[in-house]
Structures are given as C-alpha cells and as structure tokens.
Write a protein that binds this ligand. Structure first.
Ligand code: UFG
Length: 323
C-alpha cells in the first residue's frame, strides 16, 4: 500500500487517481488544512497531522505501507517570507517526523515534492539539475533543506528517495473528477479563468518590463496529469531498486503571462480584462527547466504539454466547479 501524505490537495489527488488506475492500493493521510476531503475519491483516507508523531505511527502500525509519496507542504512563497517559522516547522520539521517513523518501521522508499524554487534566480536557461541551488525565499530554502536531509539519510540509512523539482503545475484531470482549488488562489491560470468567467473583474499582470520578448514573465507550465505520471514512474523506479536521485519536472518550454492570457481568451471565448501592474516581489523573469534527465532515466514523456490542453482542462474543471 502506498501512503500519500497530503493526498487531498491539488497535486496529491491527481497522483492518488493515477496510482489507483494503475492497480496500487493507496492511503491518503492529510490534515485537511488546505486539502479537500472530496478530492479523496480513491483508496483509504486518514485524517492526521505530521506534527503529531503518534498520528504517523498509528498509520504505519495499521496499514501495510511499502512506500511514501510526500506532498504535505505549505506553498505560498510570499507568506513564507512573512512567516518563515510556519514554513520551516511544517515543511521541514514535520517531514523529519515522517522520515523518523518511516525508519522506525523499516520503510525506505519516498518520492518527495520539491520545486524549481530551490534554484533561486536562474543563471542559465533551461535550468538543468546541475544548476546551482541558491533559493531566495524560505519556501525554497525549506524544500532544499529536505532535499539535503534526504541525501544524508540515503547515505546513512539507505533510504531511497526521488526528489521531483516541479516547475509550474497547472491544468486539471481530463475527466474533471478533480482539479485546482486553492484558498486563497494565487496561481496565474486559475485566476485568468476566474477573470474569464466573471468571478473576478480582471487579471493583474505583475510587471511588463521584464527582459523577455513581451515584457512579462515566462514560466514552464506542466500538466498535473503528466506530473502525476512522473510520480508513478518514480515510484516504480524505486520499487525496481533504483538509486536515490532528483529530477526536474517541467516541459522544457516556456510561456509568458500575456501568452497565457491570449490562449485563455481563445479557449474560453470570453473577454478577459488584463490590468498591467507593478512587478510582484521575488518573481524571476524566466523559469524554464530542462526535462532531459527525467525523460531519459525515468522514460517520462508528457502527453498534455500543449498550453491549449493545459488551459482547456483547467477551464472544463473551472466550469464544472462553478456550476
Ligand atoms: N502572475 C500574474 N498575475 C497573477 C498571478 C501570477 O501576472 O495574478 C504571474 C506571476 O508574476 C508569474 C506567473 O504569473 O510570473 C506565474 O505565477 P504563479 O503564481 O502562477 O506561479 P509562480 O511561478 O510564482 O510559482 C510557481 C509555483 C511555486 C514555486 C514557484 C517557484 O507555484 O510553488 O513557481 O518560483 F515556488
């Protein structure tokens, strides 16, 4: 049985679906602080908190866990700057609790959600896994700390891990069973779709004076179902005796904020009012990752990489959810 920590969230729920479709039994462990119980449509569910080590022990005592996928983390970069304690306690200390109990029960396989934010401001595009990791906020630093902890645990305790450094996860389950749902929402694509549906008056473009072709920031958007498939492959890799490793998880191509808005206009057929505003603090102009390594080592191939497909699936979910 696979333990999905944080499996009631946007990304964890998509992975739960793909694992079940591929014959795995799963258990979602989530404290529902940001997750949604209605997203746990497959496998078993236990409400519990990584901050409480007894909650974790109870899970490992009661279920035949063979591997762990860990998604439970706070993800608001701005908030991590204002309240770093919240981020280090949850994203780092609570992960130590999880690892401790895994070792107590002799479970030695984990797939960890890391982020391109561990690289900080890129000095080279596309970003490869060898790019210097110099995060510029507590969110990225906490994720890098866990990457380093995993590496030390791998050496010392023979724990096998795969860290996946996500670029911009986006889109929704093509069957619209689950989708993106954050409160508050800060991500570009769901906000653009809110502006299309009239839920919001407009979309703010944060900065039009970046050193990019149209002046707006460029990001590497990866469909959440492709991202889920990478986790399935990472899990199988560990089950087949693969050694500890880390991979970028992006498409390898970038789109600007303006391009995203234009594409959303086409797909939704709606007017979208865009308001040009100041830059948002901490946004690098371009974040595009090389996905060569994951393609060659894990044999991963994205199927939904077109921006149009990403926005289409997000829009289908958005419409269903608004009904
Ligand atoms: N943006 C806008 N207007 C908005 C929201 C976003 O113009 O209302 C812009 C941002 O400035 C950025 C781009 O759209 O240029 C994408 O922004 P998101 O907030 O959707 O995503 P980020 O690239 O900021 O964040 C992602 C992940 C984080 C991760 C970060 C690393 O979601 O978890 O990359 O930098 F930490």
């Amino acid at each position: 049985m696979i333990l999905i920590v944080g499996g009631a969230g946007y990304i964890g729920a998509h992975i739960n679906k793909i694992l079940n479709k591929n014959g795995y039994e799963t258990l979602v462990f989530d404290n529902l602080s940001y997750g949604h119980e209605e997203f746990v449509k497959w496998g078993a569910f236990e409400n519990g908190d990584l901050g409480n080590i007894e909650d974790i022990r109870r899970i490992f005592r009661n279920y035949p866990i063979t591997a762990v996928l860990h998604f439970a983390a706070f993800t608001y970069v701005g908030e991590s700057v204002e309240d770093p304690q919240k981020y280090y306690r949850n994203n780092v200390c609570n992960t130590l609790n999880l690892l401790q109990v895994m070792l107590e029960f002799g479970i030695k396989r984990i797939v960890f959600s890391s982020t391109c934010a561990t690289y900080g401001n890129p000095v080279e595009i596309p970003i490869t896994e060898n790019h210097i990791q110099n995060p510029i906020n507590p969110y990225g630093r906490g994720k890098l700390m866990v990457e380093n902890i995993l590496s030390d645990y791998s050496e010392a305790y023979n724990l096998k891990y795969v860290s996946l450094r996500y670029f911009n996860a986006a889109g929704a389950d093509p069957d619209t069973e689950i989708g993106e749902e954050h409160n508050p929402e800060t991500h570009l694509i769901p906000l653009v779709l809110d502006a299309a549906s009239g839920k919001r008056k407009n979309i703010n473009i944060f900065g039009t004076d970046y050193s990019t072709e149209d002046g707006t920031c460029i990001r590497d958007y990866i469909h959440v179902t492709d991202l889920a498939d990478a986790h399935l492959k990472a899990l199988k890799y560990l089950e087949n005796g693969g050694s500890s490793d880390y991979f970028n998880l992006g498409n390898g191509s970038g789109f600007s904020v303006k391009e995203v808005i234009e594409e959303a206009k086409k797909i939704t057929g709606k007017e979208i009012v865009a308001v040009e505003t100041e830059r948002r603090a901490g946004d690098p102009p371009i974040l595009v990752g090389s996905s060569e390594k994951i393609r060659s080592v894990l044999n991963w191939e994205p199927k939904y990489s077109d921006l149009s497909v990403i926005i289409e699936t997000a829009w289908k979910w958005h419409e269903k959810n608004n009904d």
